[in-house]
Design a protein. Structure first.
Length: 480
């Protein structure tokens, strides 16, 4: 092998030359050096030259090898930790983060869930009313199956009838949109995938809450996007952190969960939304607004898509607020991105499943969806009140959507210990680590789903967690 131009030329098993990027050659980094080093290490990780679990040189050793200051290398390593690319272990060094970390989910497997009270997965309340409504929908469709359900094979724009129902649902979310701007999808995950594919290209930087959506980290990796978590407080991403990220390097997309769905349980204020939109406009950043909880939160401020329709890709679904099995969502994009979004959806899902779409449209048209929505608001409101009472001795936050409670822990080690103790006691909860985009030292805690179980099981599981918190006061933050 020989060195040249900061790269190393090697040969693979077929004796075909290729260019490597690790280790870098002294003097090959561009200014600012820390940013160039970050990009080089990220590229080496993404290409597989730096393997998961591989130890990086110490700050001092790499600084000596590259002729940099220790502070420059430390700054680069800090940025890589924030981006979730590497992790530092006290006394051992800095290691490339294992790819398996990207695949962790906050919930337990179906088989395991059968043995536990599962408060790990975010689901609405489901009872006999939902089952009866679904059975009726299937009977009605069976009496006269629409041709669109039997023979749907061509993705296209919304028909007049479809758009009327979709517009009605979007209005409940506080949004209006022309048919050409709406892409029906198979739920929120499909909508988020299409939104990111539309808004960004490989290598672009996406920023999000440092405790955010659990699929965002692996999704951006699979799409070849860079992801960085921004400092987040009880009101969402701090505008100062977003502005600083934009000044440091070009940011392509800001992903937000502003309305009750974020694990930390906040709903972003109108003032915070306006501040983030102003920064996005100044730096020409697109915004992906994750509104998967739909219109559960009646008092929520207007969506960011209302404030900046020219740059916000907004999506919502019926899954979290009407019925988990009804995986239908709606992605609303700026006019100039309509064709691109439709094409991205075409190559990933082709079209929303026709039978599920037919049920969703009928329920919206007949008012069934709104009745089930209102029933959900009442049921989750009752559970939220109960949770607030049971958890009153310790600090907690109830999501305004009512879907979950957030229980802050003293530190990451206590988060792990309390989650393990809950599991041993028969309750599955979700750890903050599953939602972390980068390090999550500022927000250790547990997310407790309030739906998904019968009320007796929910109440028993919540009391178990509250008892464990009282038995281990060092693990949780006391109520002030």
């Amino acid at each position: 092998m020989r060195r040249g131009s900061g790269l190393v030329k090697c040969h693979d098993r077929r004796n075909v030359p290729f260019m490597t990027i690790w280790p870098p050659r002294p003097g090959s980094l561009q200014r600012p050096a820390y940013r160039s080093l970050v990009q080089l290490i990220e590229a080496a990780i993404d290409s597989g030259e730096l393997k998961p679990g591989q130890k990086l040189p110490t700050h001092r050793q790499l600084a000596f090898d590259l002729g940099l200051s220790v502070q420059t290398v430390s700054r680069a390593y800090d940025k890589l930790v924030e981006a979730g690319k590497v992790q530092g272990e006290v006394g051992r060094g800095t290691f490339v983060r294992a790819l398996s970390d990207d695949l962790r989910v906050p919930f337990v497997s179906h088989r395991t869930a059968g043995r536990l009270i599962d408060m790990s997965i975010l689901k609405p309340v489901v009872d006999h009313t939902h089952k009866e409504a679904f059975q009726k929908a299937l009977r009605d469709i069976a009496r006269s199956v629409p041709d669109a359900v039997l023979g749907a094979f061509r993705a296209g724009t919304l028909l007049d009838r479809d758009h009327g129902a979709v517009a009605r649902w979007l209005a409940l979310c506080g949004l209006t949109a022309p048919p050409s701007a709406v892409v029906p999808t198979n739920g929120g995950t499909a909508a988020m995938t299409v939104a990111l594919m539309t808004a960004a290209h490989s290598g672009d930087l996406v920023v999000a809450e440092e405790i955010g959506h659990h699929t965002l980290r692996p999704l951006t990796r699979y799409l070849g996007l860079r992801l960085r978590g921004l400092e987040t407080d009880k009101g969402g991403i701090r505008p100062e952190a977003f502005a600083a990220a934009c000044r440091a390097e070009p940011v392509k997309v800001l992903h937000l969960m502003p309305t009750g769905l974020n694990p930390l349980g906040f709903t972003m204020s109108s003032r915070r939304r306006e501040a983030l939109v102003e920064i996005a406009r100044r730096h020409d950043v697109l915004i992906v607004e994750n509104h998967s909880s739909g219109p559960l939160h009646e008092a929520a401020p207007p969506p960011l898509a209302v404030l900046a329709p020219e740059r916000v890709l907004f999506f919502t679904s019926l899954t979290k607020c009407v019925l988990p099995g009804l995986r239908i969502g709606f992605l609303v994009v700026p006019n100039h991105l309509g064709a691109a979004a439709a094409n991205r959806h075409l190559v990933t899902s082709w079209m929303a499943t026709s039978l599920a779409m037919e049920i969703a449209l009928r329920w919206i048209e007949t008012g069934t969806a709104e009745r089930l929505l209102q029933r959900q608001r009442v049921a989750l409101g009752d559970r939220a009140d109960f949770a607030a009472s049971v958890l009153s001795p310790v600090a907690h936050r109830i999501s305004p959507s009512g879907l979950h409670a957030w229980l802050p822990c003293a530190d990451v080690a206590q988060e792990d210990a309390l989650a393990a103790a809950a599991r041993d006691a028969g309750v599955a909860v979700a750890r903050a680590g599953s939602f972390a985009i980068g390090a999550h030292d500022r927000h250790p805690g547990l997310r407790l789903a309030l739906g998904g179980q019968s009320f007796p099981d929910f109440a028993r599981g919540l009391r178990i967690v509250a008892r464990l918190a009282s038995e281990h006061p060092e693990a949780v933050v006391p109520q002030i």
